[in-house]
Design a protein around this ligand. Structure first.
Ligand code: GDP
Length: 444
């Protein structure tokens, strides 16, 4: 006989002992590494995969002999230059096609930060993957091909679409990797021209100049990625390497750690220990410690945190950005779903079925049935009405109650969902219909 989910009260569950840590203080004392994830965007062939492959090789995450192996394979198939790019995606069918398809996730660490690369290949067909990557990213690396004639074309096509998407998902920081400088003899003039033009383009779309960095690099040769270039032809450049620019990124932790605890459930385990269920996920906001009382939304299931496990080690606390397994007392795992949200018992996230989003359209948008995707959560619903068309850069209302939003347009859209789910302002969402991504943006 299953008890009604909402009948269970927190007082029905034995409370584990809390040590009452000030977790933010503990975190600051601990000198723990920061976490950050980024997406790599830019036109096809700009050199995104080569650059990421190079980064992983130089930081010794990929062995030189792996690249050598790829180099030999690449020579056989007549695509020598792809050896480094393959480091990012090692699946054979992708190798045969010479393009990277999926969001290849890769990790690397520097002295101060643990980074996750959410790879986003530039091929037109793969825009949905780019959206999935961008909707998880803290910031973006925009790769521009500095070779004559190539970047002007890029700014109009895919690059513009990618950058608009980053903007509509609320990403603020962009590192522009001006790539293939080896092909233009490390020309300062070329770099300056690109810098000026791309900065104008980005600020025109609403990015702030202070959040945009430009680094001249050669992904193929490994110049200014980890090691500064030493050639005389590049002696004019005294700025950061790419890795220094990545490290200088102000981590989300600094603001998100102060927010109420939020974690989306990504895996559910029934524990050996009676009455304990283990839920795993990445902490999206705030802090947690053993003894905390939580609520699992949308079903309002009260639980206590009995254990916090990170990389198989038991911990007393954890903070935003960390991947954790939480041993919880109380919940029947049958009532928890992947995508559910853990939040403080006394400060829970609200469940709602009516939302407004500010989104960029990729297809024609009008009142129609849709699926709302937020991380792993998918909810069926429908577009009720288009509230207004908005200016892409400023967000100001251009037209009220438009009948249809054109692809590339930005709009405020009213959506009714088929059920009440935990959602809150500022979250990134993706709208799909008939298996296609039709819009992406922010909850208001
Ligand atoms: P993606 O489509 O953006 O991932 O681009 P790839 O990484 O596959 O690179 C496209 C082509 O540009 C390949 O032939 C690379 O070898 C070449 N390439 C990438 N980076 C550089 C660079 O810094 N210098 C030169 N000369 N070629 C590069």
């Amino acid at each position: 006989v299953s008890t009604s989910i909402s009948n269970l009260k927190i007082t029905d569950i034995p409370a584990p002992k809390s040590k009452g840590y000030d977790v933010i203080k503990e975190y600051e004392k601990s000198n723990m590494k920061k976490t950050a994830s980024f997406v790599v965007v830019g036109h096809v062939d700009a050199g995104k995969s080569t650059l990421m492959g190079r980064l992983l090789v130089e930081l010794k995450y990929v062995e030189e002999r792996t690249v050598e192996k790829y180099r030999r394979q690449a020579e056989k198939s007549g695509k020598q230059s792809f050896a480094l790019a393959w480091v990012m995606d090692q699946r054979s069918e992708e190798r045969e096609r010479g393009v990277t398809i999926d969001i290849a996730t890769n990790y690397f660490e520097t002295e101060k930060t643990k980074f996750t690369i959410l790879d986003a290949p530039g091929h037109q067909d793969f825009v949905p993957n780019m959206i999935a990557g961008a909707s998880q990213a803290d910031f973006a690396i925009l790769v521009i091909d500095a070779n004559t004639g190539a970047y002007e074309k890029g700014l109009k096509g895919q690059t513009k679409e990618h950058v608009l998407l980053l903007r509509s998902l609320g990403l603020q920081r962009i590192i522009v990797a001006v790539n293939k400088l080896d092909m233009v003899g490390w020309s300062k003039d070329r770099f300056d021209d690109i810098n000026q033009e791309v900065m104008g383009f980005l600020t025109g779309l609403g990015f702030q100049a202070k959040n945009v960095d430009f680094i001249p690099i050669s992904g193929l040769n490994g110049d200014n990625i980890v090691k500064p270039i030493e050639a005389d032809s590049a002696s004019w450049y005294k700025g950061n390497t790419l890795i220094q620019a990545l490290e200088a990124y102000e981590p989300v932790t600094s603001q998100a750690i102060k927010k109420p605890f939020r974690m989306a459930v990504s895996e559910i385990f029934r524990s050996q220990q009676q009455g304990t269920t283990t839920l795993a996920g990445r902490i999206d906001a705030g802090t947690i410690q053993v003894g905390d009382a939580l609520l699992i939304q949308p079903n309002a299931i009260p639980v206590y945190v009995k254990s916090v496990v990170i990389d198989k080690d038991s911990q007393e606390w954890a903070v935003v950005g960390q991947n954790v397994s939480l041993g919880l007392s109380g919940p029947d795992p049958l009532h928890v779903r992947v995508g559910d949200i853990l939040c403080p018992y006394d400060n829970p996230i609200i469940c709602t079925d009516t939302i407004t989003i500010k989104a960029m359209a990729f297809e024609h948008i009008m009142p129609m049935p849709i699926d709302l995707h937020k991380g792993r959560l998918h909810i069926a619903g429908s577009i009720v009405s288009m509230v207004a068309t908005l200016d892409k850069a400023t967000g100001e209302v251009i037209k009220k109650k438009p009948k249809v939003i054109q692809p590339g347009g930005v709009a405020r859209i009213l959506i009714k969902l088929g059920e009440k789910v935990p959602l809150e302002a500022g979250q990134r969402v993706v709208i799909r219909s008939s298996g296609e991504t039709i819009a992406a943006g922010l909850l208001e």
